[in-house]
Design a protein around this ligand. Structure first.
Ligand code: BGC
Length: 397
């Protein structure tokens, strides 16, 4: 217990240090601060006698499960976790589910069998993950849902998230602000995976602004009969959202996004080409969709949204190939969940600022703001904040 309290104190110091150090240098994996790291190594070395800070102890304190290594977004989160937790002296392990709920469950079981006290998990499938976290909870583990809410179970203690509704609002607002003049402007809608609660929230946020423009004929939905059928409804039920998402989902998969975009452009006539708008749900899918729209000779111009500020998309934004992205600072999200874990291990109640209903309970949550990034503020938002280094991009002014 003594060892844990020492680790906790160090972790709190580190989280505070990390947040304070946010404006410093950056590295490949999304803003690792060299300065913070150095300090942390020092602190870590001081505690080596405690034994708990060594991963060789075999007694894991915090387990992290992330959805996939195949999207840069989650590698950014992994880098932050390993740094913050490792530097703070917590034994920890990050495991990836690689798109499989079965692997996710095995990962959770593995971590539980290694003695974790806290599980931080970003679900592959929000409903399917319920069984995995229930098993963890039964073993006395505190469960923190990370970024994606786990639904239909009481076995979620806390939720750490970005303001996902605001992400969708930002995407919708960008398209409205940058739409060509006139009416009947073709609008192509794409969404995330229907197994991800966030996909619903993002779409709901975007719909809240786009719907009036579709209803009054400013925009014409080019690729979703379900959206067209619901165009007069300002607020959609979960089922209605599900109908649209079911039709325009990318499954968060670049290849699905690409083939859907190709199929949509093949299906429409010239009247739904020209200057078009595209609701791209995230960066990976936005790049795929952008590449398809860029090569269609009847598409004169396109505006496409994204989110995550993945390095490749930041370059696309600089190059004018993707119109915007939404910066979700993984440093803050990882630090918030570690701070929560520290409180839990310390026997305290973590600070939260809102709740999210997961169909079984109102889950206490900590929510983080997002930042809209366009060509105009790449430098201020991502370079000056220390998230990326200018040398990682070309053509940056
Ligand atoms: C996350 C996004 C991410 C998407 C695909 C969502 O739950 O919030 O940041 O792009 O999943 O992995």
């Amino acid at each position: 217990m003594k060892k844990k309290i020492l680790s906790m104190i160090l972790a709190v110091t580190m989280v505070a240090g990390l947040l304070a150090g946010c404006g410093n240098s950056a590295s490949d994996n999304g803003g690792d601060s060299a300065e913070v790291k150095e300090d942390a190594v020092e602190i870590d070395a001081d505690t080596s006698g405690s034994g708990d800070s060594s991963s060789a102890s075999g007694d894991l304190q915090v387990g992290i499960v992330l959805p996939t290594k195949d999207e840069p977004r989650w590698l950014q989160d992994q880098a932050q976790f390993e740094k913050i937790l490792g530097d703070a002296g917590f034994t920890n392990q990050v495991l990836f589910s690689q798109g499989s709920s079965a692997t996710e469950k095995t990962n959770v079981e593995t971590l539980v069998s290694q003695g974790i006290d806290v599980l931080i998990i970003c679900a592959q499938d929000g409903a399917a993950a319920a069984a995995a976290v229930e098993a963890a909870k039964d073993a006395g583990v505190t469960v923190i849902a990370y970024d994606r809410l786990i639904t239909g179970t009481e076995a979620v203690d806390y939720y750490v998230t970005f303001d996902s509704f605001a992400v969708g609002v930002a995407q919708g607002q960008y398209l409205i602000d940058n739409a060509p003049e006139g009416t009947g402007i073709p609008l192509y809608l794409y969404a995330g995976a229907a197994t991800d609660n966030n996909a619903f929230i993002f779409f709901e946020g975007a719909w809240s602004l786009l719907q009036p423009k579709i209803a009054d004929g400013t925009f014409t939905v080019a690729n979703s009969s379900e959206a067209e059928a619901l165009k007069d409804k300002a607020e959609l039920t979960r089922d209605e959202l599900g109908k649209i998402i079911g039709q325009v989902t990318t499954d968060w998969d670049f290849n699905v996004a690409k083939s859907k975009a190709e199929a949509h452009l093949t299906a429409v006539g010239a009247d739904l080409k020209g200057d078009v708008l595209v609701l791209g749900p995230n960066d990976g899918t936005a790049r795929s969709i952008a590449d398809v729209f860029a090569t269609d000779k009847d598409v004169t111009s396109y505006k496409v949204t994204g989110q995550d500020a993945e390095k490749a998309s930041v370059q696309y934004v600089i190059d004018g190939k993707q119109s915007m992205t939404v910066f979700k600072d993984t440093r803050t999200l990882a630090a918030d969940s570690v701070a929560m874990a520290v409180s839990v291990l310390n026997g305290e109640t973590p600070a939260t600022d809102t709740t999210y209903n997961n169909e079984a309970k109102d889950v206490p949550a900590k929510q983080t703001d997002i930042v809209v990034v366009t060509k105009d503020n790449v430098k201020a938002a991502l370079i000056d904040s220390g998230y990326y280094d200018a040398s990682e991009f070309t053509g940056l002014e």
